[in-house]
Design a binder for this molecule. Sequence first.
Ligand SMILES: [Zn+2]
Length: 241
Amino acid sequence: MNAIEQPGTDEADWRAWAGLGRLPAADLTGWARVLVLAAHPDDEVLGVGGTMALLAAGGAHLRLVSVTDGEASHPGHPDRAALAARRAEETAGALRVLGAGATEVIRLGFPDTRVAAREDALAAELRVLAADCDAVLAPWDRDVHADHEAVGRAAGLASPRTYWYPVWTWHWARPGDPRVPWEQGVSVSLRPSIAARKRAAIRCFASQLETRGSGTGPVLTPGTVAHFTRDHEMLLRAASR
Ligand SMILES: [Zn+2]
């Protein structure tokens, strides 16, 4: 059983920890064009949906790259193409809820669960897509999920302006966890209306919130979703490594 399948840290433990409140504020000044990367549709909303809503409200141009279509989220699913299409629709709905309906969406169609095998090709594509962007937001390259890590590494190679966002980290890590470089963390504060948009956007991903076939529970349990209902989002600065 890997770290994602094991029972995770309760959100109440994170909320009781003062460490997150001590993070310096992220400076989004000058972020007029921002590239957001998702390994799977929903990563971007979980990790930086609030930041995306803030940037969109401020008139920034957002380019969202879905590296895979997330077609492997339901083991034994009879129609992966239909699942991929459904997840793309969920992303479109979530972007509208975030007030980011004008986001430029690019689906790269890499194979779900097997991004690492084509990491160099991904970095080359991202270099082009990041060239005109002021910042890149990508899954953390040590998030434990192999696709998240591959996308995070490729982003770090593609642009020195990369910030990483944790997703599964909130599940497997503990407050103060030495595996997380908290000193690289910055915090984006989400005012209540923005946090509410994020919560509503998460609900657009019905395929991830529903019980899957043959007794398999949802990808996103209520305990996992709780990590993404905070009034802030943490980014990890990549450039300082
Ligand atoms: Zn993911």
